[in-house]
Design a binder for this molecule. Structure first.
Ligand code: SF4
Length: 471
């Protein structure tokens, strides 16, 4: 009978984590070996931020990092559950690790993230992927060392779907970038949009204390970070779960008062919680980027009701109009779902009408993907794939020319740019982001990376801009 354990929450977590990390280091670094870990992250920025904390703990346990699974002594997949094809990809990739494990039985294979919080998935992994050692959901990340110690000392497999209510602060962190940082301000979501699996896999909304967030950002700015993005499934409801805590607009204003030369961005907002106070605060704060990612999902009020979104196409448009009134240069992007159950041609026309009215700078477009466990997945009136695809193409045909036209309005003008990296296509060309979050490529020397400079836009393309540094 194969031996696995259902993990219990370890009390006295910080102390226990320190002990477990030392124990693991003594095992995996025996004989002065430096073990290698390969961490693969699927999905959203919140998963990227979670993986940075996972890498922080692995580094403290003595692991170095590799991108090659063949070189690794530990492989960890931080998974996503938002769309079906993301999950199918993970099953394929973890299946491919079986031969690696057979060749290296002491290797650790770990699966975590939103996909792994689902019972059906854990059962599938337990029964069909015997080469996987540890499986847990997003909130159990702080307990990773204790789970690894269990496996390494008892050679058992560890599975858990427990949800840790507290947020562990001060976990070690290995950031992917030296100048751009993700800072999670809250976890989970209480909105239960009927198509979305997130509330079932990331739990209820839990905000970090503003004191901890401000401390983290002060440290980041002091160590040279210039472009900081605040993360949350719905950042606009920050603080609502903490007695006496400030709301999101006040948090932004408090971060804006931190000394230093840096920019603040945030994602993701929800139109039902995006307040006039927030838009006014964005407009009055010097360091807050005028970049608004505000998913509208559908232009049909009937569909918005069925999605449990709690706003109308009209109230959404009023918000955008107000944002543009107080921030004329605001860059507005959004998410839209095509083919939600029950969507008629008339509903889809309403979506096209709103897209036409708003004139988004960019639109993240998705085909509705049935997620087991969500309310919409039970709906009988699912839309045919061919109809979804035909509508999807019409939506792209409407939006693409608008993206180009919006970028063409920027030609000949100067913009402050945060220099992110050398361009992927040409080492003599740099790539940066405007305050609006638009990508601009321009000739320049790599020692400008991590700095701000002023760029004159010379050429617009649909998804990016070309420019030259303004002397
Ligand atoms: S706001 Fe809605 S779509 Fe966004 S994470 Fe929450 S439930 Fe999902």
């Amino acid at each position: 009978m194969e031996h696995y354990v259902l993990m219990n929450v370890v009390k006295n977590e910080d102390k226990e984590r320190g002990i477990a990390m030392e124990q693991i280091r003594s095992i995996v670094c025996a004989g002065n070996i430096t073990p290698k870990a390969c961490v693969r992250t699927y999905g959203c920025q919140q998963n990227v931020a979670d993986s940075e904390r996972i890498k922080g703990m692995l580094s403290q346990m003595g692991y170095d990092f590799t991108e090659q699974t063949e070189e690794a002594d530990l492989i960890l997949f931080n998974t996503c559950a938002v769309r079906e094809h993301a999950e199918l990809k993970v099953y394929g990739n973890v299946g491919a690790l079986k031969s690696l494990k057979a060749a290296k039985p002491e290797m650790l294979i770990i699966m975590c993230g939103c996909m792994m919080q689902q019972e059906t998935v854990q059962n599938q992994i337990r029964e069909k992927y015997a080469h996987v050692d540890i499986v847990f959901g997003p909130s159990m990340i702080p307990q990773l060392p204790m789970m690894m110690a269990q496996v390494l000392t008892e050679r058992s497999r560890v599975f858990t779907r427990l949800e840790l209510p507290e947020i562990a602060e001060d976990l070690p962190i290995v950031r992917d970038d030296a100048h751009k940082a993700w800072v999670s301000v809250m976890y989970g979501c209480n909105n239960f949009c009927t198509y979305c699996i997130v509330p079932y896999v990331r739990g209820r909304e839990r905000s970090r204390s503003s004191a901890e967030i401000i401390k983290e950002i002060e440290e980041l700015v002091a160590s040279g970070y210039r472009d900081i993005t605040l993360l949350g499934q719905n950042v606009n409801s920050y603080g609502k779960d903490l007695e006496g805590e400030m709301d999101f607009a006040d948090l932004l204003a408090a971060i804006d008062r931190i000394e230093g030369n840096f920019w603040i961005r945030f994602t993701t907002s929800h139109p039902k919680d995006c307040s006039i106070k927030l838009l006014d605060t964005m407009a009055s704060c010097k360091k807050v980027c005028h970049q608004l990612q505000l998913p509208f999902q559908s232009g049909s009020n009937k569909i918005l009701k069925d999605m449990n979104r709690h706003y109308t196409a009209e109230s959404y448009y009023d918000l955008i109009k107000y944002a543009r009134k107080v921030m004329p240069d605001v860059v507005v992007t959004s998410d839209v779902i095509v083919g939600f159950p029950g969507e008629t041609e008339e509903d889809f026309q309403a979506t096209l009408d709103l897209v036409n009215k708003v004139q988004f700078d960019n639109l993240y477009t998705f085909l509705y993907s049935k997620r087991t466990g969500t309310k919409a997945a039970l709906a009988e009136n699912q839309v045919e794939e061919s109809v979804k695809k035909e509508r999807f193409n019409r939506l792209l045909a409407l939006q693409h020319p608008v993206c180009l036209a919006k970028n063409q309005e920027m030609e000949g003008k100067d913009y402050p740019v945060y220099v992110e990296s050398v361009s992927k296509n040409d080492s003599k060309v740099l790539s940066g982001k405007t305050m609006g979050g638009k990508t601009v490529d321009f000739p320049g020397s790599a020692d400008l990376i991590g700095q701000f400079c002023t760029v004159t836009v010379t050429k617009a393309k649909s998804w990016s801009l070309e420019g030259k540094i303004k002397e």
